[in-house]
Each structure stands twice: as C-alpha cells, then as structure tokens.
Design a protein around this ligand. Sequence first.
Ligand code: NDP
Ligand code: HSE
Length: 446
Amino acid sequence: MSRSGDAVGVGLIGFGTIGTGVVKVLQRNAAVIEQRLGFPLNLVRIADLDTERDRGVDLSGIRFDDDSDGLIADPHVQIVVELIGGSDVARRLIQSAIDAGKHVVTANKALLALHGKEIFDAAARRGVDIAFEASVGGGIPILRSLREGLAANRILSIHGIMNGTTNYMLTEMERTGEPFEVVIERARDLGYAEADPSFDVDGIDAAHKLTLLATMAFGAEFTFKEIPIEGIRCLAPVDFEAAREFGYRIKLLGIAKARAGGDGAEGRIEVRVHPTLIPATSLLASVDGAMNAIAVTGDAVGPTLYYGAGAGELPTASAVVADLMEIAREIRRGSAGRVAPLSYMPHRIQPKSLVPLGELVGCYYLRFTAVDRPGVLAQITSALGDHEIGIESVIQKGRGAAAESVPVIVKTHPARELAVRGALEIIDRLPDVTAPTCLIRIEEGL
Ligand code: NDP
Ligand code: HSE
C-alpha cells in the first residue's frame, strides 16, 4: 500500500469479520480507490485483542498490536475505523477518537441507536465527521441515498428487510422445513449473525437500524426502547405453508411511516419491527437469503427500492471503505461536515411520538392452537365477532386425534389491533385453546 505524502492515514480497531474485509478491499482495490480519490488511503495501524490469529491478509507495512488508545493518538491516523461492536468499549474509543480530533467510521448500529445523540453532538462540537453507512443494510448505500439522493423529498414510508441473519433463516426454514436451531447455526458460521445472535432473531438488530433510518427520514428524535419489537421465534413451519396458501410470504420487516403531517414534522410516526405477511408478488417478497432490501417512498420520487447484501465480510467492507473515501475527500478539501450525518441539521431533529400498536388498523394472520373438537372454531369466531373482527379465510391444518391440538389459521378483514388483542385475551383463555395465539400483521400495498 502506498505511503505517499498525499495519503490519508487510516487506523482500524477490530480485526474480525468486517475488519478483515476492510483490509482486503483496501488492498485489492487500492488502484481504483486512488484513481477515484486522486490520492491513496494508507492503512497505517490495526488494533485488536487477538494479534495471533491469521486473517489471511498481507500485513506488511501495517503496525498491528492491541493498543487501541495508541492507534487513536497516532498522528499518522486521521480516520479511526471502529469495528469491534458492542456499546461499552466502542463508545469509549469513539469518544476518545472524537476528542483527539479524529474522524470516525463505524458499522456499529447498536451503539448509534442507543447513544447516537451523544456521539453525533460530540463530533459536531469537535468539527469531525462520523460516517456509518455500513451500520444499515450492509453494502447497500441506503443512508447516502436518504441523506443525499432523496434529500428533496418528504419521506412517507420505509419498509425494509434489514437483518440478513433472520432473512437467511426465514428463507431456509421455508425452503427446507428445518427448525430454527439448525438454521441459526448456519447463519453464525456464515458470519452474518451478531456476537449475540438473539439481537438478530429477536428483532433488536433490525430495530437498531430502523432507529437510524427513521431519525434520518423524519428528522425524528425518539428512544430505541419506545420501538415495538417482535422477533421470529414464534414462527412455526405451518406459518410458511399457510402464508403461501393465502398468497403471502413472511419477512421480518422494519417499518417506519409518517402519519398526518407529511414527513412527520408535525404528526406522529409509526416505527416498528415484526414478522409480517407481505404479498408474494411484491418485490420485497422475492428478497431471499442474507440479502436486504429497503423500500423508501418519497412524496416527489414515489416508491424506490434499494437491494443488496445486508451482511458479510466484503459487502459490509464496501460500505466502510466508501465512508473512508468520502471523509478522506473532505479532509483534502478541508470541508468536514459537508452533509449533516443524520440528514437533518442537528437543531431540526425534534422529539416525535410513536403511534402505539393498539391504534394500527390492518388485516391479521392469527394461528390458534386448539383441540380438534366440534364447536371450538365456533367459540373462536364468536370471540372475534364480539370484537367486530371479520374473517376473510380459515385454514385448519391436519386432523387431530381425539384431544389432540391442531393449528387453526384465520386471516381477518381490516381490524383495529386493540380489538384483535382484546379478542385474543378471551380466546387464549378458552379451555380448548392449548397455546398462545400467534399474531402476524399483514402489510398490503407493497
Ligand atoms: P467480529 O466479532 O467478527 O469482530 C470484532 C473484532 O473486534 C474481533 O476480532 C474482536 O476480537 C475485536 N475486539 C473486541 N473487543 C475489542 C477491543 N476492546 N479492542 C480491540 N479489538 C476488540 O465482529 P464483526 O466484524 O462481524 O462486526 C463488527 C461490527 O460491524 C459490529 O458493530 C457489527 O454489528 C457490525 N456489522 C457487522 C456485519 C456483519 O455482517 N458481520 C454487517 C454490518 C455491521 P476477539 O475476537 O478477540 O474478541
Ligand atoms: N447481524 C446483522 C445481520 C449484520 O444479520 O443483518 C449486518 O448488520
């Protein structure tokens, strides 16, 4: 790698899956990066706890040790890349890099979703850039699209498959009928899953990403813990089969919508993560494996869709290195802070209320587990009717032996979620209903 005097110096903290990808992309594409920038990026130092493991990359000319603080203080390092993950050490290191006047690139959505305000405020005060394209959608340039390509629009809605691990798992569970425990191990082996994979399967990672997207889309300040989040643990093989029969596929979606008031400037916003039935004919329904896709509708542009690898070594590194290039250009031009990182000027990011789930109106997929006995279906439909919930279709799977439970699946007409919850409270207490009902929201019009 060139050590030309014009080079911008980079220090990498965290030499794991994505860190290794960053080194590979910087080395493999050094020539094209220099042709595009007009000067090289120089990876000066790497720090990681484990300095023994062979990552299969050439480290000649790069100082590699476990001294993250030394890396931050190194005068040859102008941009610090944080790729260790987590919210504790990473938070301290990023803060310390900002304090030292270093620009920062990170893929750490968990940290930014929980402590973004403090970090962005500190960076603005110190006059340094913080770039985080890889934190949402892996290699897809979705943040840059929201911030720049769609900057003229009031954003109306975002619907996204934004967790590669769960999309891979849902695709495999649907394709092979294999259980959750088997497919999650494969997702871990492929390097998609978070250090704690419950972040993926419980929808937390998708909600971290949605926090960033909704903030940028609507200029909205809200806290991560306000977001309703449901993961994919409740899904059973029969759900994929029934969804297909109804004409849908099941995806874990992050959804953000502006209510009355256009971009949410005056109104409230919907921000939620949950498994969702989406029409099998929609573009999002065809997104399989670890791929991500984020549909954004703007008032002027209409619907747009961004698709690509949402996780993995090289796709994520692609976004990290693009951020390095953007910051390096700004360092050269002396114009750090050219674009507000969260897309709105910081003082224009205003607190917004989130619409409670109970107020949602839509169609619902309900899987009841009930003893296969005459009259049970009548009790269920009567409770739904008492709450003014109309039934569009019913499927009963299998024929149980005496006193055996079977799934009874209902697709409702549009109903208010509060009413659906009220009906389920009654139904789940019926003597012949033997397990809590699985509720999946249906999102039409995608
Ligand atoms: P890895 O666990 O593969 O890599 C993290 C690396 O950081 C490990 O080598 C780890 O060392 C090292 N590390 C941990 N703590 C420290 C520390 N205190 N000082 C120095 N090094 C440390 O994670 P990923 O590469 O997968 O993820 C990195 C970040 O990128 C995370 O924020 C993640 O959410 C994000 N991300 C990941 C994607 C993916 O597909 N994997 C996609 C998009 C974003 P050791 O192994 O010894 O603990
Ligand atoms: N665990 C995350 C995913 C990595 O599966 O999408 C990418 O952010």
